[in-house]
Design a protein around this ligand. Sequence first.
Ligand code: PEP
Ligand code: MN
Length: 343
Amino acid sequence: MIIAMSAGAAQADIAAVTDVISEAGLNAVVLPGGDRVAIGIASAIPHDMREPLAERLSSLPAVDHVTHVSRPYKLASREFHSADTVIEHKGVTIGAGEVVIFAGPCAVESPEQMAAAAKAVKAGGARVMRGGAFKPRTSPYSFQGLGEEGVRLLVEAARAEGLLTICEVLDENDVGLCEEIDFLQIGARNMQNYRLLTAAGKTGKPVLLKRGPSATIDEWLLSAEYILCQDNPNVILCERGMHPIDRTYTRYTLDVSAVPVAKHLSHLPVFIDPSHAAGDWKYVSALARAGVAAGADGLIIEVHPDPAHARCDGPQALKPEVFMRLAREVQRIAGAVRSPGYG
Ligand code: PEP
Ligand code: MN
């Protein structure tokens, strides 16, 4: 932590700052500048002391501003865990160099839809099948998902093809209903639902954590921290688009830069969701390619056997043949950008 004093701060003001630091059992170092003095803290600050100490110091006379040197998140940060996290779950390995694809419809609708979708995503090389049973819809009058029955249909269809499953949970009750599900998904709307993050973390299952459309990267990583601090190291970060300036052609704006930034700051694997970012199937493949070229560890993609009749997010769903082409393309891109001489 660095405390920058205002120009012309008195000796007594500087002493007041160093006294507070010493009283906290920490070591203050005064760094004289041209017309300003900065004070550094040259010892490790216990994590729970960080915010209260910064607030106390900021309120002292002649303190201009207080800057944190280390990140506010600890378990999610590379500062404390330099090696990439590799998630190994029921035969699927994430974060070890291979691009892993999660795919399936936005919502579980029927056994027939799920069986056709499972065959399609399996044929494209997906390892994990998605399907929303609890849908967070903008309107309360829109289809809300099949609930428990949806979970059952997802598990049945995926198992028939040897795929694992991922399902979004909206509250703690849903977490309980997803016992048979392999990966839990926390959606963009719930990124800061801290009780839900904690409940999902407690299951020990891998959790795919979407970034909220208005969330900063630090807020996203602090949300990941809620899961990690439940002794659950299996968090996948997922960028799915930010609030756009122009909604005319795309639903959100994919923040491709979030991939290298999150991977620089954190050791956690990073996925891209090109479907919700684009909102239009025509642009999904291009965004998926961009995400993989930027270093994403995997993709979560909406695929529907009959998008025109989908009950949710039909316009962005890929038909099986488009998904097959995309899956081939991204593996070629991954091979190219991970070959020697790149990156
Ligand atoms: C979804 O995956 O279907 C979904 C609702 O996504 P998001 O939380 O990114 O909007
Ligand atoms: Mn969707």
